[in-house]
Write a protein that binds this ligand. Structure first.
Ligand SMILES: NC(=[NH2+])NCCC[C@H](N)C(=O)O
Ligand SMILES: [Mn+2]
Length: 301
């Protein structure tokens, strides 16, 4: 008889920072989601909170230093959780934390191969300092992960290969500026705009994205910016854009990942409790995690 495989636990890591965003409310996201207990044990899945990482108060000019330091710590945490054979769930905070989350995941996966990433977002988050209009760092994590932009948003520990454009898909995009769209186009990143999601259905688009991020990688993750959802249903985000994805639709798509051993980490960001209504947006975050559980047992290494 073969040994039963050890279970993977979900380890929640908070990135309680809004240093990369104009909206101060999302720094309170992790504490609110912790307090509301939207992520909790079920008979089939153990969920435990690890640290909630914070940044010191500082003037906006220091944002780059703050975000860089936070991402360094976050990458280490994510790497550690993966090395223990568990599943990191990073909870933002503004989306600039994605640089740390996915650098850590890449580092943990490095001996086995590349990382794939599905990025669900109303925005492209693909600016560099050369193209951004707002100057906000939460508009830049995708470019950083692709190896573009400021060195302070890229250098984390041992040199890592950049995320390959073909291993990344964006879903739900409906608000962007020309410079970032040009970069993704030039690199050949597949972007499923909200128009395409509406025309083809989220299910079809998600399945196609999944096949892509899986094809040439050793594992993949999902980054959910809650602003991908429709703000009429889920108003608790920092940068709402009308006309988004329905929560139930996204939960149904994410349920495709249940029990998938190649699904290695997840991130849910930009929750602003002050703008939420009856905890609708917090509950959506909980529903997405529930949708992907139970996870597969520890993948073979
Ligand atoms: N993660 C986010 N909410 N990003 C919003 C970015 C909005 C805009 N494109 C900017 O660069 O400022
Ligand atoms: Mn985003």
């Amino acid at each position: 008889m073969s040994e039963p495989k050890p279970e993977r636990s979900i380890i929640v890591i908070g990135a309680a920072s809004c240093a990369g965003a104009p909206d101060p409310g999302c720094a309170a996201g992790p504490d609110a989601l912790h307090h509301y207990e939207v992520f909790h044990d079920t008979p089939l899945q153990r969920v435990a909170w690890d640290a909630i990482l914070r940044v010191p108060r500082m003037p906006p000019q220091a944002a780059l230093i703050a975000v860089s330091a936070l991402n360094r710590k976050l990458a280490e945490k994510v790497h550690g959780v993966l090395d223990e054979g568990n599943f990191p769930l990073v909870v933002g905070g503004d989306h600039s934390c994605a640089i740390g989350t996915w650098s850590g995941a890449q580092r943990a996966l490095a001996d086995r191969g590349a990382l794939g990433l599905i990025w669900i977002d109303a925005h492209m988050d693909s600016h560099t300092f050369d193209t951004t209009q707002s100057g906000q760092l939460h508009g830049m994590p995708v470019a950083s992960l692709l190896g573009r932009g400021h060195a302070a948003l890229r250098a984390f520990g041992p040199p890592l290969p950049d995320l390959r454009p073909g291993d990344l898909c964006l879903i739900g995009v409906r608000s962007y500026e020309a410079g970032e769209a040009a970069l993704l186009h030039q690199l050949g990143v597949r972007v499923y705009t909200m128009d395409e999601v509406r025309a083809r259905g989220l299910r079809a688009v998600f399945d196609e994205a999944l096949a892509r991020v899986r094809a040439r990688t050793a594992g993949f993750g999902v980054s959910v910016d809650l602003d991908a959802l429709d703000p009429e249903e889920e108003p608790g985000v920092g940068s709402p854009v009308p006309g988004g994805i329905r929560c139930a639709e996204l939960a149904a798509a994410l349920a495709r990942l249940r029990g998938d051993p190649d699904f290695i980490a997840m991130e849910i960001v930009e929750y602003n409790p002050y703008r939420d209504r009856d905890r609708a947006t917090a509950d959506a975050a909980g529903a997405f995690v529930e949708a992907v559980t139970p996870l597969a047992s520890k993948p073979a290494r």
